[in-house]
Design a binder for this molecule. Sequence first.
Ligand code: ZN
Length: 167
Amino acid sequence: MRDPAKAQNPQVDPRHCRYRLRIAQSRIHRWGVYAEEFIPKRHKVIEYTGEKISRRETKRRAGGDLNYLFTLDGYWTIDGAVGGSGAEFINHSCDPNCHAVIVRGHILYVALRDIEPGEELTVDYRFEPDVPTVRCICGMQRCRGTINLPKQTKARPRAQERAAGCT
Ligand SMILES: [Zn+2]
């Protein structure tokens, strides 16, 4: 179960991040994670931690309107609502400054470009086109309108699989 105290005042777990980060209210959605210092491009920012759950359990937990599920592979999912590092509060953007890289079963968020202090961290959630559509309100010029990927880009290699850029 999610700790209600943590839900009221979420914190980043410093054991899982390389840079000073802060959770604050976001213009995008509820809470967001902000850089408190300069983060250079291609550097690891934070690990997305949580309970490792099966496909069946994922289906059960995905029912609510708010969840922190991150697909690790075809079978496992990480549920950031249980033992999350704070990375679960990083919002989606269609033009993000971080991306997820999966290394030996760990989900690492890596800076896609230099990030200045005070900037909100974002990743592209890349929801599959065949799951229920979630409207995007990221406000970026390149916003595609939904958090889901459009159908035709499904065959493209996922950002997570391009691990070479990880420092
Ligand atoms: Zn968007």
